[in-house]
Ligand binder design. Structure first.
Ligand SMILES: [Zn+2]
Length: 243
């Protein structure tokens, strides 16, 4: 790749008008830690103590590193419940046993062969900067030295969307976000230990997508690859979100 052509990563940043007062130094984080000790830790103290010698999560989540789509929060999970891997755009790389250092593959190997998780959920999300970078690359505007090659994992899904004339340009981003989840699930099946566990019926692979603006989870239909909203038990919120 010609580095001179690379688009600055800042193009993926959020608009400047979004000034929200979040933790931006050590003192802010330590204040948050003290709230954790006073509340959530106090509530989960016994569980933390029981977990001191090991973990037995039954679910692995592959999610985006995006600060707005936190699996532990979305699934209301307890400590020890979710084995979570997060990266740019929630991508599972293809199986590649030939050298290299593979962080996601190492986590996957541990989750499936040592922890023997019963399901893996790949969760994409709306407004994903990594997917935007994948679309930018298709327009000959690769973003970032490391981001551009990484998001190429989603290229088959992206190219399928771009080749589908029934999908309007304004819907490309979400369509690729959905397609990339499917691509990651396909890549997961390329790992021999994943395929073997799925074929033995001891491991399920699922896909999901989170709408940040609505706080809504959409679940992937494995037959069609389509996504549909998961009904929540709050009719008032559900109605508001439809408006
Ligand atoms: Zn993302």
């Amino acid at each position: 790749m010609n580095e001179k052509r690379l688009i600055p990563v800042e193009t993926l940043a959020s608009p400047a008008h979004m000034s929200i007062d979040f933790a931006d130094d050590a003192q802010d984080l330590i204040a948050g830690y003290r709230r954790f000790r006073a509340h959530r830790y106090r509530e989960a103290r016994d569980l933390f103590y029981r977990l001191r010698d090991g973990q037995q999560p039954a679910t692995m989540i592959l999610a985006c590193a995006d600060s707005r789509a936190d699996p532990a929060m979305i699934f209301d999970a307890a400590p020890g419940e979710l084995f979570t891997v997060r990266n740019v755009a929630a991508l599972a790389p293809p199986y590649d046993p030939e050298g290299g250092v593979h962080g996601v593959s190492a986590a996957l190997e541990f989750a499936v062969t040592a922890l023997q998780v019963k399901q893996i959920v790949v969760m994409g999300h709306g407004g994903c900067g990594g997917i935007a970078a994948s679309l930018a690359a298709a327009a000959d505007r690769p973003v970032g030295k490391f981001i551009a090659p990484w998001v190429e994992i989603a290229a088959p899904a992206r190219d399928a969307v771009l080749a589908d004339e029934s999908i309007a340009r304004k819907d490309w981003q979400e369509a690729v976000e959905h397609g990339a989840v499917g691509q990651s699930l396909t890549n997961l099946m390329g790992f021999p230990f994943v395929r073997e566990a799925v074929e033995r019926g001891v491991l399920q692979l699922n896909g999901a997508w989170f709408s940040i603006g609505k706080g809504e989870l959409h679940w992937r239909d494995p037959e069609t690859g389509g996504f549909s909203v998961v009904a929540a038990e709050d009719p008032e919120l559900d109605r508001d979100n439809r408006m």
